[in-house]
Design a protein around this ligand. Sequence first.
Ligand SMILES: *Cc1c(COP(=O)(O)O)cnc(C)c1O
Length: 369
Amino acid sequence: MLLLIPGPVQTRPEVRAAMAQDIAPWDNDFKAVLTGIRAKVLALAGGMVGRHEALMLQGCGHFIMEAAIRTFVPAGTGKILIPLNGTYAGRVERLAREAGRQVVTLTLPETRAVAPEEIAAALAADPGITHVAMVYSETGGGIVNDPNLIGPVVHAAGRRLILDAVSAFGALPFSLAEHPECDAVMFTSGKCLEALPGIGFAVVDTARVQACAGNAGSWSFDLNDVYGQVLRAGPGSFRFTPPVQVLAAFGAALDYHAAEGQPARLARYRENSRVFHQGMRRIGLKPYLEEAQQGPIINIIHQPPDPGFELQRFVDELKRREVLISNFYNTPTPTFRVGCIGDVTPADMERAVAMVDETLAALQIRQRA
Ligand SMILES: *Cc1c(COP(=O)(O)O)cnc(C)c1O
């Protein structure tokens, strides 16, 4: 089966095999594994030893995003600007509002990235804004908001950046050393790092996280306390029981990431995305984005307007042809979504295009766009 979803992704058998063991979290052998993972993740994020720290939280991407918002944005005096150009930005907004944080949104079309001038204008208009929380690769529509363009604007305005790089990190470039305005960059084990789901990462500015004691209003979601654990008990320790097998597999996946290298991984995903996008046009379907706006992580395709098209049936028929895609969509109009990340190649994407074509023919969907 070819798994084409934007996380959890298709993984290498060697990565999955690394899970097949019993592990004690406090065991010295495992502490060494965890210490190594922390150092490698810090380096991958362009973090500087002493100035930044790689923190981990059990669970999904939403959990680590909530922890970052609660920790870095104080209730009352903090205010977050969120450029809204997709569902995942909307999720950041909801996390922030439910945590009782002040939020200002900048609503944009889902079909293009936010421009630096738009952020600059929004920050100039409201001096009360303390943070910008932005989604790097928007998994809703498939566009990419570039922190390397937005970060300098946030920096110039004297505000702080919180970056949801959950679906980007490991492929799209980001280096904390070049982003002094960044409080924290977040990602998970199960997307472009091609490991299993279960761990959220926040690589943080240590001076900032230390200044944020008492902000979180939650023990579980307090990155100041997570950092405190690293200081108290060392980098090989966790506060509460970690998913040890997932961490062991993550360590193996990091080795494959290092062997491939971030630029080559990005190039492979870009080619996966290009092959699929152009393939969809070739077989008469309409992609959600223009090719120039299409990011490398996920392709969104308009559902055929044919009255006979039904998403779950299409997904089931495609699965019978060994290609598994999402059975839901996150856009305002009906679409289907296809991930371009994980242990998959452009040849796999060509096969997926052929199978989509065959499936539509089998389902007698004549009107494709
Ligand atoms: C996957 C993803 C998340 C987190 O999703 P979880 O299901 O909570 O792991 C957050 N932001 C973006 C942009 C994502 O793609």
